[in-house]
Ligand binder design. Structure first.
Ligand SMILES: *[C@@H]1O[C@H](CO)[C@@H](O)[C@H](O)[C@H]1NC(C)=O
Length: 237
């Protein structure tokens, strides 16, 4: 990214359900104001999305990993984390598991967030539209670093983040010449382990460890943001 343009790429195919990994090495040094993202998104308005967003920082200050899930354009479900390593020093693996029951965000194989399907309690969940894979780098200095206080220092441009070893094991690879969502809805749940994958006890322990020690923001505790009451899913569980 430089002052003229951000950068990014998207997959040719759309996918539905599965497991995907990307290795990322983030912008070293002063990355304040920048956002590097790896995410799934459906096309068109009111999108479904599953997002990893890395919010840059001043040299030596920690990145924040922002996660979010949108269903039909409705998001506002951020959880944010510090990482337990320097994400600019080396490549690390960021993974999304997506099946009908849950979405799982993992870092180097350690689960950091689980979003369960609570449609039975009227909480929307993305499972009806295929999504493309994206990775992008853009300027967001109006909000990304210390809530927008620290701006992008363009004398450091161009900013470079790297990705490698994208790996996807998906239930349905959406043929680009089809337009209706129906063929992806006949996916068998029996064949593939990850369609029914859930957290094992050791993973649950790791998830708790990350949430306790590295989570810096949870929308479910942000009473100021939701004066009318926390979102429904925050009061279940
Ligand atoms: C940047 O560093 C400051 C100071 O350590 C910290 O408060 C903030 O959460 C960090 N991350 C972002 C993205 O602002």
């Amino acid at each position: 990214m430089d002052k003229v343009s951000g950068s990014g790429f998207e997959s040719k195919n759309e996918y539905m359900f599965g497991k995907m990994d990307m290795q990322l090495k983030l912008i070293p040094g002063n990355s304040a104001g920048t956002v590097t993202a790896f995410y799934l998104s459906s096309k068109g308005p009111a999108s479904d999305e599953i997002d990893f967003e890395f919010l840059g920082n001043l040299s030596g200050d920690p990145y924040i990993l922002n996660t979010n899930v949108l269903s039909q354009g409705k998001g506002d479900r951020e959880q944010q984390f510090f990482l337990w390593f320097d994400p600019t020093a080396d490549f690390h693996t960021y993974s999304i598991l997506w099946n009908r029951q849950r979405i799982l965000f993992s870092v180097d194989g350690t689960p950091i967030r689980e979003v369960e399907n609570m449609e039975s309690r009227e909480v929307p969940f993305p499972k009806n539209r295929p999504m493309r894979v994206y990775s992008t780098l853009w300027n967001a200095d109006d909000w990304a670093t210390m809530g927008g206080l620290i701006k992008t220092n363009w004398s450091n441009a161009p900013f470079t983040a790297s990705c490698r070893n994208f790996n996807a094991d998906m239930a349905c690879v959406w043929p680009s010449n089809l337009t209706s969502a129906s063929s992806c809805s006949f996916i068998s749940t029996a064949g593939d382990q990850w369609m029914i994958e859930e957290l094992h006890t050791s993973d649950q322990e790791n998830l708790k460890w990350v949430q306790k020690n590295y989570m810096v923001y949870d929308y479910c505790t942000d009473l100021k943001r939701f004066p009318q009451g926390l979102p429904l899913e925050c009061n279940i569980a």
